[in-house]
Ligand binder design. Sequence first.
Ligand SMILES: [Fe+2]
Length: 424
Amino acid sequence: MPELLASWIRDARRRTEALAAALTPETLLGPRLAIVNPPLWELGHVGWFQEKWVLRHAGGRPPLRADGDALYDSIAIPHDARWSLPLPSLAETLAYLAEVENRVHRWLPGAAERDLYFARLAVFHEDMHLEAMAFTFQTLGYPAPPLPRAPANEEGGLASGDAEVPGGTFLLGAAPGGEFVFDNEKWAHPVELEPFRIARAPVTQAAFAEFVADAGYRRRELWSPEGWRWREAAGAAHPVYWRSEGGGWLRRDFERWVALEPDRPVVNVCWHEADAFCRWAGRRLPSEGEWEAAAAGEPGAGGRLARRKRRFPWGDGEATPAHAQLDARILHAVPVGAHAAGDGAFGCRQLLGNVWEWTASDFLPYPGFEPDPYREYSQPWFGTHKVLRGGSFATPARLLRSTWRNFYTPDRRDPWAGFRTCAP
Ligand SMILES: [Fe+2]
């Protein structure tokens, strides 16, 4: 296991360095926006987090930089102050990252199992920032970051219709005694689910274009009161990266404009847009319990859900490129019919990978929640965020499982998030 962990640490850091290599003097800091971090700060923060939790907290070592906490502590430094810090140069930042990584590799072989938790935490934290930095490149219209690419399954087509999922007592969340999980997944607890029907695939760009064409953004009755206020304040008349041209739509993919891809999932829509689409389509968003039952559930006795849960929709084995679009092999979504090998027990496709999926659920603690040592991971965000599930094409497979919960405020359009719908 330490060898696998060491390979994860190396893999995440090589990706971080590849992304850093694409930055220019103009893009090192970039514009001051609420939804991005200055990349130069974010790079240093990733190294600081690893140093803080692995070398300092678990390893008991003194800080490498006297100014590390003052520069890179995301809890202490207000977001909009991050552009005006006396940040080290890119070369100095990368040297700091390399020094931290070298020391972690030297510490790893003798570390106690309970301390390896913090090395995993730092890798997963880096994975999340890498995806967020890739969002930043999309948000700001930079060319796609040169992350290592790999052959990807882009087979076309649709997965249409609904899957039928039986009701029953479903154990929502992660079971104790297994692998690393985040505090917000703890612990599996019974929820009662009625039988439901959930789309086999996420909503496509073609379907979303019908909603736009049917005045979806102009009909107040399709929006919640909060959603309508958001729509008016944002001036939203279509998805944020769409532009009409010649009677059709183009979509901005990093710095390039491409024609809509009818059988690929709509992406970069916020929760309010997903919610309005559902009202227009006579559908609804799944609760996160329903989503997780579609992903992890199995048919049981008496036409009810089984007690057993799968780690992934396809079973318990690790994700391969056939199962799901993950790991930033490519930096765009594939058609919703791709990855049949990753179907869940009830026939839902692409539950993991390709695009994050908004759920109806507020991000709330599970019963008995207690924060883990990184106390600010989940707790500050309960009640104000919506839950997303599943991961995007840019999410590392090592981060995910069927119980993994992501969370954003309902106005965020920058994540690679789409949604799937349920029958009412
Ligand atoms: Fe962070």
